[in-house]
Design a protein around this ligand. Structure first.
Ligand SMILES: NC(=O)c1ccc[n+]([C@@H]2O[C@H](COP(=O)([O-])OP(=O)(O)OC[C@H]3O[C@@H](n4cnc5c(N)ncnc54)[C@H](OP(=O)(O)O)[C@@H]3O)[C@@H](O)[C@H]2O)c1
Length: 308
């Protein structure tokens, strides 16, 4: 534990050895109920927190005939995004590092009637990135939506004490590989297609303990603006900045109800976000409903302060 009651998030996202999950500076660590986490990560079509029902009857079919790639999508926010796009008619291409996770996620999506291709793809692996695009194009002949969702936070060090190798890993996973994937995808992006980056509320005020991670998420806001200009008028580029969402990594700290309450109290809506909340906003930005929106970031944080 670090001082001030903050659990040291030595390895936060995308590390098997989850030590903590603190998103905001000076925030206590967070507890999420096993029931909530289960409903969010299991691929069930309903959430127990009542934000939305992702039953087929409650959502549209905005992605009929569309092909959507979502990176880091075998659980958590990425999985829910793939699920939402799929339930709305998209043929989805999901991926993550571990084949076993890919296979399990594919089965869950297929069970919901979703057309899905699953591939192992560590976003830092050039060959696997190429394979992801090649197989998608081979199977579907085009790409309509790319959701760039993968990220890492391997350090809690202050920025000026962060090792060069850690800086490299952060920039590579969180920013560079997103660009490289889009470079590979861009020749196949159809007219009217859409790109969505998953940033973080930490992009607006990178917190201590996650400062460099936050800065890489800030970079995605700039990347969104720059690529929106570069790819206009036929391709839109937008970004989602989630607030706190109890994903897989939050389960480590599910024993402390008090701390979870403190985090909920930081939100205006007095609850944590769900992966489905993030999926709904991502689907909106990726859809034609957002056809006059590009270069924008939507903060999905239940009213947690981020910016004016
Ligand atoms: N949860 C939050 O509170 C929160 C808040 C703000 C922003 N975000 C952002 O939301 C995104 C998703 O986070 P999450 O909370 O949903 O995470 P999560 O539940 O932990 O899911 C992580 C997913 O990414 C895959 N993955 C991990 N490393 C990968 C890599 N190098 N290449 C490809 N896939 C990889 C994992 O599968 P494998 O293990 O099989 O690779 C898994 O499917 C991230 O960009 C994160 O920064 C999250």
């Amino acid at each position: 534990m670090s001082s001030g009651g903050i659990i040291n998030p030595k390895s936060w996202l995308f590390n098997d050895k989850v030590e903590a999950f603190n998103l905001f500076i000076s925030l206590p660590s967070v507890q999420c109920s096993p029931k909530l986490v289960k409903s969010i990560t299991s691929g069930e079509s309903k959430t127990s927190v009542g934000s939305i029902e992702m039953g087929k009857s409650k959502i549209g079919r905005r992605f009929e005939g569309k092909v959507a790639i979502v990176t880091a999508s075998t659980q958590g926010i990425g999985f829910s995004i793939a699920q939402r796009l799929g339930l709305e008619g998209a043929s989805v291409v999901i991926s993550s590092r571990r084949q076993k996770n890919v296979d399990e996620a594919v089965e869950k999506l297929k069970a919901q009637g979703i057309e899905v291709l699953g591939l192992a793809c560590h976003v830092s692996n050039a060959q696997q990135r190429k394979n992801l695009i090649d197989q998608t194009v081979q199977k579907h002949g085009k790409i309509d939506v790319v959701v760039s969702n993968a990220a890492v936070n391997p350090s809690v060090d202050a920025i000026l004490r962060t090792k060069e190798s850690t800086l490299d890993k952060l920039w590579e996973t969180n920013v560079k590989t997103a660009i490289l994937l889009l470079q590979a995808a861009s020749p196949h992006l159809s007219k009217g297609s859409s790109i969505v980056f998953i940033s973080s509320i930490n992009a607006f005020q990178p917190p201590a303990g996650m400062a460099m991670y936050g800065v890489t998420k800030t970079a995605l806001l700039g990347l969104t603006k720059a690529l929106a200009t570069e790819l206009a008028p036929h391709i839109r580029v937008n970004c989602v900045a989630p607030g706190f969402v109890p994903t897989h990594f939050a389960s480590y700290i599910t024993s402390n109800e008090t701390k979870r309450k403190a985090l909920e109290d930081m939100t205006t809506l007095k609850r944590l976000g769900t992966t489905e909340d993030m999926a709904a906003t991502t689907a909106f930005l990726a859809s034609d409903d957002a056809s006059y929106i590009t270069g924008e970031t939507i903060v999905v944080s239940g009213g947690t302060p981020s910016r004016l």
